[in-house]
Design a protein around this ligand. Sequence first.
Ligand code: AHM
Ligand code: MG
Length: 339
Amino acid sequence: MRIGTTLTNYIIQNQRHIDGATGEFTGLLNDIAVACKKIADLVNKGALVNVLGATDSQNVQGETQKKLDVISNELMIEALRHNGHIAALASEEMDSVYHLPANAPRGKYLLLCDPLDGSSNIDINVSVGTIFSILKAPEGVANPTEQDFLRPGTEQVAAGYCLYGPSTMLVLTTGNGVSMFTLDRDFGEFLLTENNVTIPAETKEFAINTSYQRFWDAPVRRYIDECLQGADGPRKKNFNMRWVASMVAEVHRILTRGGIFLYPCNSQLRAAGKTGKLRLMYEANPMAFIVEQAAGGAIDGQQRILDIAPDEIHQRIPVILGSRSEVELVQDYCRSGKA
Ligand code: AHM
Ligand code: MG
């Protein structure tokens, strides 16, 4: 598709090729884009509109919510609840599934989202993002339950994220490659700036929070240790390292120039009764879909993330994603359990 095409045009043109398309999917993506533009505006204005800092509430995961976490969640709901494009919504910031008002028309999609990912970066003016995942709703169910959301990532109809960085960018897959759109603030529209995004298979850059090093399992320790040995070690090349602490920014970097991102489980998380840090439904699945559509890999260590059958909506899992050959190497180490 032509570079410079608006997101709306892009979606309409893509939908023409889908049998039985009614325009509802176009409407849904437009709703999401509207919410993202509003969030982008607030992130951009920051302290000027008093949206920085924490609230005194916690989310279901026991994390203190930032003001912008709560506001972004409200903006997503506001953009979607009366338009008839979704049947229900689930969010990292809400304990349970959000049901539409009784009088609101029901659509045929389920939306899952992390309204503002990378919360620890909000107050320090570093990139944050919104992540979303779209599933088909079960037919004839007015108020879908949590059970209806528990589908493996392979069933996602679309997934994407909006990165609030120096530029605001919306990155989208509908299962037919990955496209990037940049927000033209004068124009108020997301315009296509890159099509058929492909992650290079090889890389020399890794991203992991090394402050947890003493809690890592042996396979992760081995992989990172070999990267750090650089040209003197078994990898025979020097590696660079990055850690933004915003998954959206890390994935965006990997889509742009390759790399591997690891947020493994570790003994500290396990001691706290957790199975990982990142959430399967709001973070891992949509990012895995995008990364795979860009020729990369995404695993939990042992298996492909998209194949995981979820047990519960706020489930956490280990995430390793990025350049395919690196992800496969980590998987080999994890499967053989070698130190
Ligand atoms: P959040 O959804 O509460 O913002 O947490 C998810 C974020 C990811 O974007 C990022 O990769 C990770 O948490 C950073 O965690 P840490 O501070 O442990 O390095
Ligand atoms: Mg998050």
